[in-house]
Ligand binder design. Structure first.
Ligand code: LLP
Length: 421
């Protein structure tokens, strides 16, 4: 459920017509709904109500400070994967004791920064990294809280680029080696083992891979007790998929919660805290990308709608062949439908937002909304073709705020110098 809907023939976000935002802020612009972000967070939280749990929102999905602040005010912690994300989370007021730090390549400065901040746990992805964390912590006279991210070798059945839980993926410590690495961690004085972690992929459309992964983690938790290692928290990662095409057969957060609770039930008497790292399910359908139609053209085999947003603004269609619904911001009663590619101005054939899409015919100057763009939208934007990055707007009721100004041409070249040799 989200708060983008037609009022008459105009598409609104909450109580604001999107055409008003485009008029005042220009295009391309990302628009996020506070009400949808709040609702998604609360529904997800309620789905885990039976468990002692902490939601560490995955900052990579949408890291705008205003979005982070909204979620942190609701009680969320953060899953970060870089010093930059940690910086953002802290800037937005996260409680550091609710932050987990994942990622296969944490650098020593990043580790130091996270230790100084007092995060809840490092999700350690290799033996080498464990030792780097131990070194940095020892030098600081501190003990680093760690969970080992284990790779359960479970097929998430999603796009190969966003599947992370297989042996052939770079993520986590392979299950057969995890016990040995835990024993090593136990014997490092600057390491405090607090938990176990996994993340098997993103945009999962079934609950069974989650349950399978947890079942494998469970065996390890039990084995570790024999080694004198008492795991206190289980981080089950993120990954729950969302409808991009109004699919009705996807697992709901409640289905997900039930699957997680079921899989963890055999460990109920251990008093574990369950951590999860949802990103897309919170932010995905809480945002759209507003774009304006510049031109139309047709060849003998194709129709093109040329818009002012491109793959530097929203990479998902080009990169994953992802589907995003595209809706007119003003519906025309008399518009017939045609099949067209919706393309941006970037000089690559791969620059499309939709291909062979059945759409109502548009006119030059019309506004379109690219739906479900709240997660992995702006965060993956680039300046390719020297295009300034889009503005971001947050709506709340009948008000909206520009929460990131459109980049200027001066900002495009800020930091560049021409040497005077
Ligand atoms: N935790 C970890 C360690 C992750 O790597 C990810 C996502 C998440 C949590 C959040 O997963 P989510 O709940 O959002 O599925 N750019 C891609 C998605 C990449 C996901 C990477 N990791 C896309 O646009 O589909």
């Amino acid at each position: 459920m989200n708060h983008f809907r037609y009022v008459g023939d105009d598409l609104w976000c909450e109580d604001v017509p999107l055409s008003r935002i485009a008029g005042e802020v220009g295009t391309p612009t990302y628009v996020y709904s506070s009400a949808t972000l709040t609702r998604h967070y609360q529904v997800f939280d309620a789905a885990l109500a039976g468990l002692d749990h902490l939601i560490c929102y995955s900052v990579k999905a949408n890291s705008n400070l205003a979005v982070l602040k909204l979620l942190f005010d609701l009680g969320a912690g953060a899953d970060v994967v870089s010093g930059g994300e940690l910086f953002r989370a802290l800037r937005a007021g996260v409680d550091p004791s609710k932050v987990v730090f994942s990622g296969v390549g944490k650098t020593e400065p990043e580790i130091r920064m996270a230790l100084d901040a007092g995060i809840r746990a490092f999700n350690v992805e290799s033996r080498d990294e464990l030792h780097a964390i131990a070194r940095v912590a020892a030098a600081a006279g501190a003990r680093a809280p760690v969970a080992l991210r284990v790779n359960p070798d479970v097929d998430a059945e999603t796009h190969p680029y966003i599947s992370t839980g297989l042996q052939k993926n770079k993520f986590g410590i392979p299950m057969p080696r995890a016990r040995d690495v835990y024993r090593e961690a136990r014997d490092l004085p600057s390491i405090d083992i607090v938990g176990i972690d996994c993340h098997i992929g993103s945009q999962l459309t079934k609950t069974s891979p989650f349950a399978d992964a947890i079942a494998r983690l469970r065996e390890l938790v039990v084995a570790l007790r024999d080694d004198g290692i008492a795991i206190r928290s289980v981080d089950i990662g993120g990954g729950l998929g969302i409808p991009y095409r109004e699919e009705t057969d996807l697992p709901s957060p409640a289905d997900y919660g039930a699957a997680v609770a079921g899989a963890l039930a055999p460990l109920a008497d251990l008093g574990l805290t369950v951590l999860c790292e949802p990103g897309r399910v919170i932010a995905g359908n809480a945002g759209v990308l507003l774009t304006r139609v510049l031109y139309h053209k047709s060849t003998d085999v194709k129709n093109f709608v040329i818009v002012d947003a491109a793959f530097n603004d929203l990479l998902r269609p080009a990169f994953y062949d992802a589907y995003h619904a595209i809706k007119p911001v003003r519906r025309r009663g008399d518009a017939d439908t045609w099949v067209a590619d919706v393309v941006g101005p970037i000089c690559e054939t791969g620059d499309f937002l939709a291909r062979d899409r059945s759409l109502p015919r548009t006119h030059n100057g019309d506004l379109l909304a690219v739906m479900s763009a709240g997660a992995y939208g702006f965060v993956m934007a680039s300046n390719y073709n020297s295009r300034p990055r889009a503005a971001e707007v947050l709506v709340r009721g009948d008000r909206f705020a520009v929460v990131r100004a459109r980049e200027t041409l001066e900002q495009l070249v800020a930091g560049e110098t021409i040497p005077d040799w």
